[in-house]
Design a protein around this ligand. Structure first.
Ligand code: AMP
Length: 398
């Protein structure tokens, strides 16, 4: 399939050529025709698969033939869990609509709202928003929903993890009922389906095959290491391999700051990226990282959600993520849209059960490699595939 076979507005095809996309990805091939036919859709697809374009392109196509927007009105609404993702999705909207006469806006909390209010005064075609800030603006009558024609709930599983369910339901209650609903989620878990059932009565459903959840263009491996040796191991790997770039995931804000200091002492410049830093600093850091001005970014999982960096070569799970789906999300930062990537996890003995859950989720073991001088004093046992933790044994988890 080629993009031209979707019957998209030619101005969109020109923009796709400008951004260098030659062929649709799997999710785009599956989702674009379904959305263009006006169906409601729930889709299982992770970041990194090209899912953003799979909903943005049909939205732009639909809006390109409609009327111009009215004051404080919005025609397509994209709900995302984090500020970073709002900025990123809005950037994609701008990229793909560069030859169309459409407006878009990213709306998120943690920054002064006056600019966002101002931008809404004349109305926008596409609003990319986090749920809390959107409801705030709605309550303040800075935005009205009656012109909304299409809704996307992006990263639905993440929204639920972050406790946005009530906000999402409040937004759904306030939207017109006859709009097109699209829901994207890394996994269609029981909770996501419950949300979909109440909001989207009769959707088409598509998913990328489960074995593509763990993408083959990502080389995954792990190093077993004692907990107290992890920072020395990371410095060793960076220096030994002269890594150009790494996105390093860590559990806590405090841990991120501490690791940055430890690396600095060994002559490695890294920056900590977490929710304790201001939005302005985070935006700058991300930009510096994308431009290669920062080589090593140490990020907490929530802050790093949805970060889209072209050709990011490597992610490091300094701390192993929980739950297992988070591992899939994280490694999705690399190897994007078929580029090669590497995902390396540091695993200590106390991570054993978590490792088993991740490997069971992937459906395969992760290759273990030793690094000389860092062999653990407390070895990590051999993994058990199809591991189910006691607490979940009787639960419908998918
Ligand atoms: P997403 O899963 O939407 O976060 O997209 C992941 C990355 O793939 C982004 O950097 C997109 O710009 C890129 N991308 C999306 N679709 C295509 C395509 N058809 N060809 C090449 N790159 C793409």
């Amino acid at each position: 399939m080629s993009f031209s076979s979707f019957n998209l507005n030619p101005a969109i095809l020109t923009a796709l050529a400008d951004v260098g996309y030659s062929q649709p990805t799997d999710i785009q091939n599956k989702a674009i025709p379904v959305i263009m036919q006006g169906n409601d859709l729930i889709a299982a697809a992770q970041t990194g698969t090209g899912k953003t374009a799979s909903f943005v392109l049909p939205i732009l196509d639909r809006l390109s033939s409609g009327q111009t927007q009215k004051k404080k009105r919005v025609r397509a609404l994209i709900l995302v869990p984090t500020r970073e993702l709002a900025i990123q999705v809005n950037q994609k909207v701008a990229d793909y609509s560069q030859h169309l006469d459409l407006t878009s806006l990213a709306m998120y909390g943690g920054v002064d709202e006056s600019q966002q209010k101002q931008a809404l005064i004349d109305g926008v075609d596409v609003l990319v928003a986090t749920p809390g800030r959107l409801l705030d603006m709605y309550a303040k009558r800075a935005v009205y929903f009656e012109e909304v024609d299409m809704l996307v709930i992006d990263e639905a599983d993440r929204m639920l993890d972050m406790g946005f369910i009530d906000d999402i339901n409040r937004i759904l209650d306030r939207l017109p009922k006859d709009i097109q609903h699209l829901l994207f989620s890394a996994t269609l878990s029981h909770r996501v389906r419950e949300l979909a059932k109440s909001a989207i009565p009769n959707p088409k459903e598509i998913s990328i095959a489960a074995n593509q959840a763990s993408k083959s263009n990502i080389e995954q491996w792990l190093i077993t290491v004692d907990k107290d040796k992890k920072s020395a191991l990371l410095s060793h790997l960076i220096q030994e391999n002269q890594w150009d770039q790494a996105l390093i995931f860590i559990e806590t804000k405090h841990g991120a700051a501490k690791l940055a200091t430890q690396l600095e002492k060994r002559g490695i410049k890294a920056e900590a990226f977490h929710s304790g830093r201001s939005q302005a600093v985070r935006t700058q850091l991300l930009d510096d990282f994308k431009q290669g001005r920062i080589q090593y970014l140490i990020a907490t999982g929530v802050a790093a959600r949805g970060i889209d960096i072209d050709e990011l070569s490597r992610v490091i799970n300094y701390d192993l993520p929980f739950p297992a789906d988070e591992y899939v999300h994280r490694i999705g930062r690399t190897g994007r849209a078929n580029a090669k990537g590497e995902a390396i996890s540091f695993v200590s003995k106390d991570n054993f059960k978590n490792l088993c859950m991740i490997e069971s989720r992937l459906g395969h073991l992760i290759e273990r490699r030793d690094v000389a001088g860092f062999e653990p004093k407390k070895p990590v046992p051999i993994s058990i595939l199809n591991y189910v933790p006691k607490s979940k044994r009787n639960m419908d988890n998918q």
